[in-house]
Design a protein around this ligand. Structure first.
Ligand code: DQA
Length: 140
């Protein structure tokens, strides 16, 4: 089974960035944890700070992988085009946010991604990625 994890802007700084909100672990390290939990999954990982590059990657993997775990970070709240890309592809997308976006600033309450995704997870820290992958691997 092939699963793509796509992270948006500033998530390359996990472990260094606002650690009170996002924790102390880098995503590279967490990816190793995920590979240990799901040895049967063929992971493809991509991170970009650039909106168009994220859309290109969603399109590139969207007709090939069995599922996508997507954290569009700040673009969640602004990018109609990322929402459109999710609607365009075949692979099911699970939206993940590390923090509870609904307990933060009002502008984070809007998501252009939730309505196009099969489901959304927020506020559960990095564990949200594991839960999203578990859902995708158990999905018929
Ligand atoms: C985030 C929440 C977004 O509002 C924020 O812009 C991020 C990270 C999260 O994972 O909690 O960069 O997507």
């Amino acid at each position: 089974m092939k699963i793509a994890i796509i992270n948006g802007p500033n998530l390359n700084l996990l472990g260094k960035r606002e650690t009170d909100i996002y924790g102390n672990m880098s995503f590279d390290k967490y990816l190793d944890v995920l590979k240990g939990i799901f040895p049967e999954v063929d992971f493809q990982y991509y991170q970009s700070n650039v909106e168009g590059e994220l859309i290109n990657e969603i399109q590139r993997v969207g007709y090939d992988v069995d599922g996508i775990v997507l954290n569009p970070a700040g673009y969640t709240h602004s990018s109609v085009a990322i929402g459109d890309a999710i609607a365009a592809i075949k692979a099911p997308v699970v939206e993940v946010h590390i923090s509870n976006v609904h307990s933060r600033e009002h502008f984070r309450h809007l998501s252009h991604v939730s309505g196009k995704s099969v489901g959304s997870i927020f506020g559960l820290g990095l564990k949200g990625y594991e839960l999203a992958i578990r859902f995708l691997t158990e999905k018929k």
